[in-house]
Design a protein. Structure first.
Length: 83
């Protein structure tokens, strides 16, 4: 049967629709966890926490360097970026 143009049917499945079970043709797959299992990567919680601290420290240092460069060149930060 062809799609009903008056019903808005284009013949292309709508990926946002819930579908009607397995016959919808879209398998959502398993739901990904909100945080990865660090053990699967051989990283324990203490190592991950230390890495986050180090990344935060580097981010702060980079922001300070960028601010110093902007002041030296008398350049304002782009709109939307805190100053």
């Amino acid at each position: 049967s062809s799609p009903d143009p008056e019903a808005g049917g284009s013949g292309i499945p709508d990926p946002t629709s819930a579908g009607d079970g397995p016959s919808s043709g879209v398998d959502p797959g398993p739901t990904a966890p909100s945080t990865p299992d660090l053990g699967a990567f051989g990283v324990d919680e203490a190592e991950a926490a230390q890495a986050r601290i180090e990344l935060d420290r580097r981010d702060e240092q980079a922001a300070a360097r960028l601010d110093a460069i902007r002041r030296e060149l008398d350049v304002d930060p782009p709109e939307g970026e805190g100053a």
